[in-house]
Each structure stands twice: as C-alpha cells, then as structure tokens.
Write a protein that binds this ligand. Structure first.
Ligand code: PFF
Length: 458
C-alpha cells in the first residue's frame, strides 16, 4: 500500500455508499439506537431530567459536532478501517505510525460495546415475542418485575436472544455495503420513524404528556453533579457513535463530492430529535401510571409493559415499541461490527463472510460475561459494579471520549490545514474556521475538563 499518496484520492476496498441519502441513513442508523430509546431516558431519569438534557444538548453541539466532522474526514481521507486509516494518515501527515493506536482503542471500544449491546437488544426481541404472544397482559407492578427478573435471571434465555441478534447482525454485514448495510437501513430507518410517531400519538393521548414535557425540558440544576456531567458527555459520545471508529469507517465509504458538514448537521439533528421524541414517548407514560423515572436500565422493560397493559389494544403498541427498539439496535450493531470486519478483510485477506463470522463469534463469546453479570456472576462486583456495568462505563465514559479526543486532535492539529480545507471545501471560510476552532480547542478542553471534574481533580 502506498503510504505517500499525498492529496491523491485513495479508494475504499469495499465500495462506496450509492448516494448521500444512504450515507445519512446509515450513520443516522448507527447513531439512533438503544442509546436513544433505552439509555437516554433512564440516564436522564437518574440524573434529574431537564438539567441533564440541557447539558447533554450542549455536549452534542460543542463537543459532538466537531468530533463527528473530524471522524468522517479521517475516514474519507484514509479510506480504510480506522486502524489502517490512522496509520496511513499518521505517516502522511507526521511520519509516525503511532496514530494507529487511536484506531485500535476505538475498535476495542466497539468490540466491548457490541458484546453487551447485543444482550440488551436480545431483551427487546424477547419482549417483542411476549407482546405478540399476548404474554404481556394482566400485569401488575410485581408481575412486571417477575418477568424482567426471569429474563435477566435466565442465562439460557438471554443466550438464545443474544445469539439470534448477533446472527442477524453478522448475516447483514457478511452481505457487504450495498446488499447488506444499505438495504437494512433503507428498510429499518423509515420503519423506525413511523413507529415512533405512532407511539408519540399514543403517549399524547394516553399519557400525562405535560408531566413528561416538564420532566424532560424544565431544568432543575440542583440535581447536577460532576458525575451527571460526565454521564451527559458519555451519552453524547455513545449516542453519536463517536470515538469508536464506526463514523471513521462509514466516512471511508463516502464519495469525495459529498458535504461532510452538511451530512453531519443532518445526522446530529435527527439523532437528537429521536432521543427527545423517545423521552416524550416514555416519560408521559411513566408519569401517567405513577411509575418512577429512576428505575435505571430496566426502565423501559418494567414500566412500559405495565402501562401498555392498562389500555385495550396496548399489546399492539408494546409490540411496536419493542420491534422499534430491535430495528434501532440492529442498524447500530451493524456499525459496531463493520470496522473490525473491514480490518480483518484488509489485513488478513479473508473473505467478508469469514471475517464477519470470526469477529461475530468473538464478540458473541464476550457477551456471555454480560449475560452472566445479571445472574450467576451478579455477586461478582468491583469498581463500577457488575462486569456489565464495568464494560459500559469503560467503553462509554473512558474509551470513547479518549479516542474521540485523539481523533479530533489529529484532524485539527496534526492534519495539514490544506488537507482539512480540501475535505471541507464546500463550506464557507467562516464555517471552516468555526469547525477548526471547535475541534482544536472547545472539544478537547471540554472532554478534558469533564474528565478532571469527574475524577475529582477540579
Ligand atoms: N449510537 C448507538 C446508540 O445510540 O445506541 C450505539 C453505538 C453505535 C455506539 C455505534 C457506538 C457506536 F460506534
């Protein structure tokens, strides 16, 4: 591979997106996932609602935006998996191979995230099946706990769904960019939006809508602690799929003439709207039925079945809700798997199918540890809690911000100015300068301050 191709364009070995729209759909599909619908509401609930949401929005715009632009830029310039792209660009820009480690941190984070992401996605499949079979009826607050407890208590049931979810993800990735990824997102993303809108009407009509709106949008700053600021930033990284190379990877398939800033704006807008909509679906229902917003990771699995169950025809809505979650999870899981698979194809010369299978099996095996942390290993706790808690904390709050920080430093400090200008040539000087300022100063300082604050130094 020629490392000194200068400004000549490299081409991806795996093809390109067939249109700007499919790129936007794929990245939005990556961004919108369990993070928006499962994680955002419970973290917002745990951290007091409105004030958290405000900090989260600030993190999205001042930290997330410049970093996403940086990652797409690196991907499109490198045209390889994140490790190789960083290696090639590091050599071109600075004569150093060491930047590849940043790509590696990202890939590791993706590996870890997908291992537990698939377990939670498996829960949604289980709840979908139960809704369809009418098993989520005649519930009360004890029986929802029992159903959830039975699921998390059973390693076998979770294993089954985890296996099914990973199999779907591997099968789609094995088919490649156009036949696999593009087709999946074209089908699932519009479906997801449709279902969410139906559920929003349901929540407006059946829920305590104003209580939900107040909770989400009225800030109560007394609830804010340094930990909740870290949680908001971690969530901003997680929800935008930043810091793990998946945006770098998808950027590698982006044609040269597409606008990076334009697509990023659309993607961030869609992701934020969906997270807020998910909150507006969930909290009105939570309040209507006197449930608590602070139920943690179980929030949607405990509260929603109970609420839907109170209303005739509710099982249809709960079925819709859980299939919505499964769709959202699949399009995100694809982006978590693709970078490692592309790495294997490019470096080991294996076929796409074989690479997807090997990486998929490794991630599937790692997922066992998360499954066991809800049952046989639930007593095994250290640092942030169970193995599952630690995986999530390590990946979302440490690895993602760390590699996101380094990606943005690379794009704005190390990459020659003329190269980044070339990548962002469609926007005005002023917008370019704004990005560069955000990527050089605001995002790095923001990430570092939040870290120092969280570990108690400032
Ligand atoms: N953004 C996804 C979500 O919000 O569920 C999760 C995710 C996907 C995180 C891809 C990181 C990633 F690279």
């Amino acid at each position: 591979m020629n490392n000194h191709q200068g400004n000549q364009e490299r081409f991806s070995l795996h093809g390109q997106w067939s249109s700007r729209m499919t790129f936007i759909l794929a990245v939005t599909g990556s961004a919108i996932g369990l993070g928006n619908i499962w994680k955002f509401p419970y973290i917002a609930g745990d951290n007091g609602g409105g004030a958290f949401v405000l900090i989260y929005l600030i993190c999205i715009f001042v930290i997330g935006f410049p970093i996403m632009v940086s990652e797409i830029m690196i991907g499109r310039k490198g045209r390889r998996n994140p490790i190789t792209s960083m290696k090639i660009l590091g050599l071109e820009e600075q004569g150093s191979e060491n930047w590849k480690w940043v790509g590696l941190i990202g890939l590791m984070a993706g590996f870890i995230i997908l291992s537990y992401y698939s377990v939670i996605a498996g829960w949604t499949l289980h709840y979908f099946k139960m809704s369809l079979l009418g098993e989520l009826s005649n519930l009360n607050s004890e029986s929802v706990q029992t159903i959830f407890g039975e699921l998390t208590g059973s390693a076998i049931t979770q294993l089954m769904y985890h296996t099914a979810f990973m199999a779907i993800t591997v099968a789609i990735i094995a088919k490649g960019i156009k036949d696999g990824l593009e087709r999946a997102v074209k089908l699932m993303m519009p479906g997801l939006l449709f279902i969410l809108i139906v559920l929003l009407f349901y929540s407006i009509l059946q829920g305590d809508f104003m209580a939900g709106v107040n909770f989400l949008l009225m800030p109560d700053f007394t609830k804010i602690t340094s930990q909740s600021v870290l949680a908001a930033m971690g969530q901003a990284f997680f929800t935008l799929s930043l810091g793990m190379g998946c945006i770098v990877m998808y950027g590698a398939y982006l044609p040269k003439n597409e606008s990076i800033i334009g697509t990023t704006t659309t993607i961030i807008f869609c992701d934020t709207i969906i997270a807020l909509l998910a909150g507006l679906v969930i909290f009105p229902i939570v309040f209507q039925f006197g449930l608590k917003p602070t139920d943690g990771p179980g929030l949607i699995f405990l509260t929603l079945p109970l609420a839907f169950n109170e209303i005739t025809g509710g099982y249809i809505f709960s079925g819709l809700f859980f299939i919505l979650l499964a769709f959202a999870a699949i399009t995100s899981a694809l982006s978590l798997l693709e970078p490692s698979v592309a790495w294997m194809i490019e470096n080991k010369n294996y076929s796409r199918g074989k690479s997807a299978l090997i990486i998929g099996v490794l991630i599937w095996l790692l997922g066992f540890l998360s499954i066991f942390s809800f049952n046989i290993l639930s007593g095994f706790t250290f640092w942030k809690g169970t193995l599952f808690d630690n995986f999530d904390y390590l990946a979302s709050n440490i690895l993602l911000p760390l590699s996101g920080l380094l990606f943005t430093i690379f794009a704005s400090w190390i990459m020659k100015k003329e190269n980044s200008i070339e990548e962002l040539s469609d926007v005005s000087r002023r917008v370019y300068k704004l990005w560069r300022f955000g990527a050089r100063y605001i995002a790095p300082i923001g990430v570092i301050l939040v870290f120092l604050n969280a570990i108690g130094i400032i």
